[in-house]
Design a protein around this ligand. Structure first.
Ligand code: ATP
Ligand code: MG
Length: 256
C-alpha cells in the first residue's frame, strides 16, 4: 500500500485487509515500513525502540523470520513491526550496497510460509517506499475521496515506472481503493468518477465509507474487524478483501 500523501488510509487499509483475509484462514504477514509504527499499534504488536524490527532486517542485522511476531487478531496474522529507529533508515541505507533491494531479499529468504505479504508504506517516496516497490508484485494505492485526491499521484506513478524500468519488472499497479467516501457530498462522487475514468477496472468496486469505528479500533490495538465486525467500515474492508482474493494474482497484470 503506497501513496506519498499522508493520511489517505494506507495503514487502515493494510490492517483491515489483512484482518479480513486472515479471518478466512488465509496466512498474512503485515510488514510495517513506517517509522510511525501505526500498523504495529493497530495489530496490538509492541514496537517500542529496541524491539527486534524491520529496521534491523533492512540494515542486514537480522533475518525477517526473527522479527516476525503473531498478532492478537487471528492465528494466521503476523506482523514485522516498525520502531522509531526506522526513521534513520532512509539516511543509513543510502551508503549501503543494494540499498533498494534489501526488503526484497529479506522476503525472498524468509522461511515462514504465508499467502499474502502486505506492506504498509510511509507517506514519502524515499528509500523505504522504493524498497517496498522493489519487493512487491502488486501496488495498491488508497485514494481519499477529497478535492486534492489526484494531486501528487503523478509523482508516485513516475516512481513506479522508474522502478519497473530499472529494479522490478514484475511490479504492477493492480489496485486502487477509494477511501473515506462520504455519500453526503457531491464532491466525493466527482472524485470517484474521475478516478474510475483514469484507472478503469483497477479501481475496486468496493468503496470504503467514512466510518468512526475504523478510527477508534487502533486505540484498542485491534483491527475494526475485531473491534466491531458488523460496522460499515469492517464490512467494506471484508468486501474489498473478497474482491482482491477472487481476483487473485494476475502475472500479466491489469495493466502496468
Ligand atoms: P500516514 O500517511 O500518516 O501513514 P495513512 O495513509 O496510513 O496515514 P491512516 O492512518 O490509515 O492513513 O488514516 C488517516 C486517519 O484517517 C486516521 O486517523 C484513520 O483512523 C482515519 N481514517 C482512515 N480511514 C478512514 C475511514 N474510512 N473513515 C474515517 N476515518 C478514517
Ligand atoms: Mg500510515
Amino acid at each position: 500500500m503506497a501513496n506519498q500523501k499522508g493520511g489517505v488510509g494506507k495503514t487502515t487499509t493494510t490492517v483491515n485487509l489483512a484482518a479480513a483475509l486472515a479471518s478466512h484462514g488465509i496466512r498474512v504477514l503485515v510488514i510495517d515500513l513506517d517509522p510511525q509504527g501505526n500498523a504495529s499499534t493497530a495489530l496490538g504488536v509492541d514496537h517500542h525502540s529496541g524491539v527486534p524490527s524491520i529496521y534491523e532486517v533492512l540494515l542486514g542485522d537480522r533475518p525477517l523470520d526473527e522479527v516476525i511476531v503473531a498478532s492478537t487478531e487471528a492465528p494466521e496474522l503476523f506482523c514485522a513491526p516498525a520502531t522509531i529507529d526506522l526513521a534513520g533508515a532512509e539516511i543509513e541505507l543510502v551508503s549501503l550496497v543494494a540499498r533498494e533491494n534489501r526488503l526484497h531479499r529479506a522476503i525472498q529468504s524468509m522461511k515462514r510460509e504465508v499467502d499474502y505479504v502486505l506492506i504498509d508504506c510511509p507517506p514519502s517516496l524515499g528509500l523505504l517506499t522504493v524498497n517496498a516497490l522493489v519487493a512487491a508484485r502488486e501496488l495498491l494505492i488508497p485514494i481519499q475521496c477529497e478535492y486534492y485526491a489526484l494531486e501528487g499521484l503523478g509523482m508516485l506513478l513516475r516512481n513506479v515506472e522508474l522502478v519497473q524500468a530499472h529494479l522490478n519488472q514484475d511490479l504492477r499497479l493492480s489496485t486502487i481503493l477509494l477511501t473515506m467516501y462520504d455519500s453526503c457530498t457531491r464532491l466525493a462522487d466527482q472524485v470517484v468518477h474521475e478516478v474510475k475514468e483514469h484507472f478503469g477496472d483497477r479501481v475496486l468496486a468496493t468503496t470504503i465509507p467514512r466510518n468512526v469505528r475504523l478510527v477508534e479500533a487502533p486505540s484498542y490495538g485491534q483491527s475494526a474487524l475485531t473491534y466491531d465486525p458488523t460496522s460499515r467500515g469492517s464490512l467494506s474492508y471484508l468486501a474489498a478483501a473478497r474482491e482482491l482474493a477472487e481476483r487473485g494474482f494476475d502475472p500479466n497484470g491489469a495493466g502496468a
